[in-house]
Design a protein around this ligand. Structure first.
Ligand SMILES: Nc1ncnc2c1ncn2[C@@H]1O[C@H](COP(=O)(O)OP(=O)(O)OP(=O)(O)O)[C@@H](O)[C@H]1O
Length: 295
């Protein structure tokens, strides 16, 4: 277990009849935001639920804030704010009542901050949960998760039901919340632009596995769309090693490289590539290529 890590997963296996979560290793440091991207059914929610011990894993170790997720579950939960994908709040309760109720479980509960968040997100304190819109329920869940000023926030697609204005507000709030101390956030989303705005690290999931995890800025630096013509079949064999995914027609290659150094163009040329073109990729483009497993 590494105390400096917000979350550390090692050798996780969780089998369902038609799906296996298989995470060899995933970790990110305290005080940072990890954006978790992946297509529908990739296993993002299952992995987050496993961290919260809401889904029991068959094998492997999970530590949150340097503590074992099973042995020290209660201690962890006092320091974690979790917002699930589906709203599971008591429908007959109001935001005010829920605040009073939830506050009993958290030493760090800050009632003024809770009121401030409700106001900021436009959630009426007296309105019952059942009368809130989908976005309203998500905003209330966020306020409840943020108000005890947790050391670690686990947010499962928190922005999916929100309109663009509230999404902006929420992302701003999130950045403010983690700015003052060493707060850490795991944030899953389909909205790549949201992840791009706030994340320090980005992890991509596909088919139950983490296929890539890196610092966001490094990802943008390293990934390039590449095209070239291979001088001959020997050159083609050597050049393919530089492409994460590619398609080929008559020795004309179009692909992507995830290992772009300043000298990639020169390296490809030395190995027999002609007419080399390199283009930067956005996070969205990288995600689409990785999600599909093809160019
Ligand atoms: N309780 C369960 N029993 C059986 N299979 C399950 C269960 N929960 C999830 N799964 C399966 O696990 C897979 C991953 O689902 P999960 O909800 O973790 O993906 P996700 O990446 O969060 O997807 P989305 O972006 O659509 O929310 C899916 O194939 C799903 O059917």
């Amino acid at each position: 277990m590494n105390d400096l890590m917000a979350i550390e997963l090692k050798g996780i296996i969780k089998k369902y009849p038609d799906f296996t979560l298989d995470v060899e290793y995933l970790a990110f440091s305290r005080g940072t935001i990890l954006g978790l991207l992946g297509p529908n059914g990739a296993g993002k929610s299952t992995m987050i639920k496993a961290m919260m011990n809401l889904v029991g894993v068959d094998r492997g170790n999970i530590s949150l804030l340097g503590m074992d997720h099973r042995r020290e579950e209660i201690k962890i939960k006092k320091q974690v704010g979790y917002v699930p994908e589906e709203c599971n709040l008591y429908e007959e309760a109001s935001a005010g009542w829920l605040g009073q109720f939830v506050s009993k479980y958290y030493e760090g509960w800050d009632h003024r901050f809770y009121q401030h968040l409700l106001e900021k997100f436009g959630v009426q304190s007296g309105k019952k949960v059942k009368k809130l819109s989908k976005g309203g329920k998500m905003k209330l869940s966020l306020c409840l998760a943020l108000a005890h000023r947790p050391s670690l926030l686990l947010l499962d697609e928190p922005t999916s039901g929100l309109d663009p204005v509230v999404r902006q507000q929420f992302l701003k709030e999130l950045l403010e919340v983690i700015q003052d101390e060493s707060r850490s956030v795991l944030f899953s989303s389909h909205i790549v632009s949201d992840i791009e705005k706030v994340a320090d690290y980005v992890a991509f999931m596909r088919g139950g596995q983490i296929v890539l995890c890196d610092q966001k800025d490094d990802l943008l630096d390293k990934w390039r769309r590449v095209s070239f013509r291979a001088a001959d079949s020997g050159a083609a064999e050597r050049l393919k090693g530089y492409l994460a995914y590619y398609k080929e027609m008559n020795q004309n290659y179009q692909g992507v490289s995830g290992s772009c150094g300043d000298d990639l163009r020169q390296k490809l040329a030395e190995l027999g590539a002609e007419n080399v073109n390199l283009h930067p990729m956005s996070l969205e483009e990288i995600m689409i290529v990785i999600s599909r497993g093809e160019v």
